[in-house]
Write a protein that binds this ligand. Structure first.
Ligand code: ZN
Length: 242
């Protein structure tokens, strides 16, 4: 079966000392059943059996299992991965579309917001939930630094071939513009006078701080962590893990 890497979402903590909303508890119970054969009733009640199942599952990778699951935290990410991806969730937004071949659903990224603007057509900007989280977090980091990034091609709503790219087929790839010293919303190449290595370094560091980023292709190798690749002098190609 395919295993979407998109992490299941909960709105608040679940487990020992957690907020334990019924909807969140059901998400966790379903994940524990699929990831660890916990055989729990998916009833939204975080009772002793559910709390013990969380602890038991955590003992496989945490030295001190705390029995609690945080939104976006390690236990939730591992549970989702072990469960083979998210289950169909009523909380998926109406804008979400079924992914290619039953893969992750793709959602259109916001055209602009704090720290980002779009430079590709809107139908070419559909990504996985993980992609949306990455771009939102990176844009926020840039915004705090008084910077802004240009977001280019991601994928089509249904995925599939997107010329001229070979990749960009499943919402896990995105092109970003390097930063400019004048902060204008325009293209820039490494050799241009307005190319900002410092700004682009802030961008790269923010991207690489996200564990879901597999690699960043870009030809200014003075910036730590990027990989040189033909044609990547005027954009960064960011790839998420499977
Ligand atoms: Zn690309």
């Amino acid at each position: 079966m395919t295993a979407p890497a998109t992490t299941e979402q909960i709105s608040a903590t679940v487990g020992v000392g957690g907020t334990n909303t019924a909807a969140d508890v059901r998400v966790v119970q379903d994940l524990l059943n699929r990831a660890a054969r916990a055989n729990l009733a998916v009833d939204g009640d975080c009772g002793p059996a559910t709390r013990e199942a969380i602890r038991s599952y955590q003992s496989g990778f945490l030295r001190v299992p705390d029995g609690r699951i945080d939104p976006g935290g390690l236990t939730l990410r591992r549970l989702t991965a072990d469960a083979g991806g998210r289950s169909a969730s009523p909380r998926d937004t109406p804008a979400a579309t079924p992914g290619p071949g039953g893969g992750p659903r793709l959602t259109q990224f916001a055209r602009q917001g704090p720290g980002h603007y779009a430079y590709a057509d809107s139908e070419r900007q559909y990504g996985t939930d993980t992609m949306t989280q990455l771009l939102t977090g990176t844009a926020a980091a840039l915004h705090r630094a008084g910077l802004e990034m240009g977001v280019g091609d991601i994928s089509f709503a249904q995925g599939g071939l997107m010329p001229p790219h070979k990749t960009h087929q499943d919402g896990r790839h995105v092109d970003l513009r390097p930063l400019r010293t004048d902060n204008a919303r325009g293209p820039v190449s490494i050799g241009d006078p307005v190319y900002s290595r410092d700004g682009t370094r802030v961008l790269v560091e923010s991207l690489l701080a996200n564990p879901s980023v597999r690699r960043v292709l870009f030809n200014d190798t003075e910036i730590a962590g990027v990989r040189s690749f033909a044609g990547h002098h005027n954009h960064l190609h960011v790839e998420l893990g499977p």
